[in-house]
Design a protein around this ligand. Sequence first.
Ligand SMILES: [Zn+2]
Ligand SMILES: [Zn+2]
Length: 340
Amino acid sequence: MPKMMRAVQVSKPGGAFELVERELPEPASGQIRIQVEACGICHSDALVKFGAYPGLSLPRIPGHEIAGRVEKVGANVTEWKKGDRVGVGWHGGHCFVCNACRKGLFINCERQQITGISYDGGYAEYVMVPHEAAARIPEKLDAAEAAPLLCAGITTYSPLHHWGVGPGQKVGIVGLGGLGHMGVKIAAALGAHVVLFTTSPDKTADALRLGASEVVVSKDAAAMQKHAGSFDFILDTVSAVHDLNAYLELLKLDATLTQVGAPPQPVPLSVFGLIFKRRRLAGSAIGGIRETQEMLDFCAEHGLTADVEVIRIQEINAAFERLKKGDVKYRFVIDMASLR
Ligand SMILES: [Zn+2]
Ligand SMILES: [Zn+2]
């Protein structure tokens, strides 16, 4: 009889998350098996739930905000041993030999694997991943609060770090959801003066508590105008269609607006706003594994974690409905002890 594990899977597009028993996978050469302690629920898990990711095959166990411990290692794994505290995010492994990998840009690997999409993810007692997909989670970070760092944390840390955010700078964060709340915390920890942009005035108190120095209600044109031409960097986490030009106008000469939220349709761009101040509009995806490790160490050093609502796995369908309405502060995390 093979050993079994409990997990939650999606077996048809748009179907419910189903609690199932699966055969416990045995790590092959280069793989590690992780006992999952906690797994965050990311908006991108909807790509699995609705069968929307190109090439996705169902049934699939979703989940790419994983915190746990190495439980078994396959042959030829030298950097991990049983008991190591690890995390796994969206980036689920790379080939080491393509053009991007040869430059060390593993996140851009031409044969990149995606956790919870290319193979089964973290909504389970155990997950098996290639050894290069894991990063070390410092012991001082709580598993449930650290899990969302593996996606929401690195997705905001990577652009803030890449564009050199630091002390003395005025930095905008657009939107206060799973990504935005980490963006505020990380930008403030990097020493910047953080301004949160939101459409909901009732988020003001929370934004200030999380580290913002100012809050601007983006629907208030006069309030926006006061900040014209004053920002060193703006990180936009909103994936609903909205006016990017309003934010481009707030940038200084040579400053950058970076999108990590992706509106589904093309958005109008007023190019004069770019030309006369040599402004840049950019995008950024997740972050590589080396940068993920740097982010986890930075978060441990500064005592940063996600604000989470911990749920039992039996509550996942209800939690997902609330997530769709934005009704969570600020990330649902599944406690995997509820599976055992
Ligand atoms: Zn994600
Ligand atoms: Zn590659």
